[in-house]
Ligand binder design. Structure first.
Ligand code: ASP
Length: 412
């Protein structure tokens, strides 16, 4: 029985739990609130991972940029493309959220509110100071993600500067990052139960309009991701890489299938590498550097989603956002996408970072967690296609691509 349970792929168990949760919630009504605790345990377990996950994966990611010098201009171009496409993605999410308003008109009075983060009246001075960690330990205890990111980056740079002397510590962080990913996989096994309970709660207590709002959010997530893939990446391949778009997508079809079903950029990494090298003709050095780095820091689907989800949370809870806060969301979503590990549910974990800074109630996380997996699958496909697109573009710009190989890839 237990063996049978684990034989079913996690995403199928999650979808099953989602459907069952909605049915049970609709039949059960407001009393379904009684099982929300299971969902809360799930969300709390995810939140528990935020600090160690960012700390280990960011330090080890920055330290891995040791290759940056070796690869010289390849690294610079890749980083520029990562940042520019990431920003376009976040603003697309913000635009979709603003113009469609997926969270408007939802009655959330049935949601029992915990502490609502109150964003301080901040000046630029305060904001600047707040990202400098007063004490790294304090920062971790407070789950203050932004200063944690700053500290982690500095530590990574320090490791790089220490050269051979830094290697033992770098190894510890590399291994810590791998261990944290395993711990996350463990916590993700709670997903079907958490999703079931959260969906039953949403469907039972919040009524039909809440389900409609969630459906709109899922639809917008798919539309945003498809726009990124079909418009932004196609334009990049056509105009920057100057290569045939159809051949590009044909070449990465395996990576698309694997990323959609696993919802993990990391798990897809070997396939993405194989696709870019074998089917697209990108040189091994460029592809291994750009694709591996991209799997950790280049997440346009996640960046778009973080922007969209923040607006969704603000809309369902009636939080007014100023233009300055939009800019803050765009910066934090980009950082969140960089800090998110390439594993299932990482985007959900990063929501706390953005929400807290602009005063969107963290209850939103529980509200959307039930449908996160379906959105995660599409986000991951977007992230992985982006890694391949940047690797191909940079390779083309630096003459590190075998064009014959790409165009003649019949055996894709
Ligand atoms: N699952 C995504 C990835 O691996 C990250 C996310 O949750 O957005 O790329």
């Amino acid at each position: 029985m237990i063996k049978k349970w684990f034989e079913i792929p996690l995403w199928q168990r999650v979808i099953g739990a989602l459907i069952l949760g909605i049915i049970v919630g609709r039949l059960w009504g407001p009393d379904a609130e009684s099982i929300k605790i299971i969902g809360d345990v799930f969300v709390a377990s995810i939140r528990m991972l935020v600090v160690p996950l960012i700390f280990f994966s960011l330090v080890s990611g920055v330290a891995a940029i040791g290759d940056l010098r070796k690869l010289g201009n390849v690294g610079g171009r890749a980083l520029l493309l990562f940042i520019v496409t990431g920003q376009i993605a976040v603003w697309l999410g913000l635009a979709l959220g603003t113009f469609v308003g997926p969270g408007l008109g939802v009655d959330t009075s049935a949601i029992e509110m915990g502490a609502v983060p109150t964003p301080n009246e901040t000046t630029w001075r305060d904001m600047l100071l707040s990202v400098i960690p007063e004490s790294p330990v304090q920062v971790m205890a407070d789950v203050a993600v932004l200063p944690l990111i700053v500290f982690s980056m500095l530590l990574g740079i320090g490791i790089l500067m220490a050269k051979e002397d830094g290697e033992p510590v770098q190894k510890i962080f590399d291994s810590g990052a791998i261990i944290m990913q395993k711990v996350t996989i463990l916590v993700m096994e709670l997903t079907p139960f958490g999703v079931f309970a959260l969906m039953a709660w949403v469907a039972g207590t919040l009524g039909f309009d809440a389900l409609v709002a969630l459906a709109k959010l899922v639809a917008l997530n798919y539309i945003g991701c498809l726009l990124i893939i079909l418009v932004m990446y196609s334009a990049m391949i056509k105009f920057l890489a100057k290569l045939p778009v159809i051949d590009f997508f044909r070449g990465i079809i395996d990576a698309i299938a694997v990323s959609y079903s696993t919802a993990s950029s990391n798990a897809t990494l070997p396939v993405t590498l194989r696709c870019t090298q074998r089917n697209l003709g990108v040189s091994p050095s460029v592809s291994s550097f750009v694709v591996s780095l991209g799997a950790t820091i280049n997440m346009n689907g996640t960046a778009m989603y973080l922007g969209l989800a923040t607006l969704f949370g603000a809309q369902i809870f009636g939080v007014e956002l100023t233009l300055a806060q939009y800019f803050l969301i765009s910066i934090l979503s980009t950082l969140g996408a960089i800090g998110a590990a390439g594993i299932p549910g990482a985007g959900l974990i990063m929501m706390a970072l953005v929400f807290g800074a602009v005063g969107v109630p963290l209850e939103t996380i529980a509200f959307v967690a039930g449908v996160d997996r379906i959105m995660d699958m599409m986000r991951t496909t977007t992230n992985v296609s982006g890694d391949a697109a940047v690797a191909t573009t940079v390779a083309s710009m630096t003459n590190e691509i075998d064009r014959e190989e790409m165009v003649s890839a019949d055996d894709v």
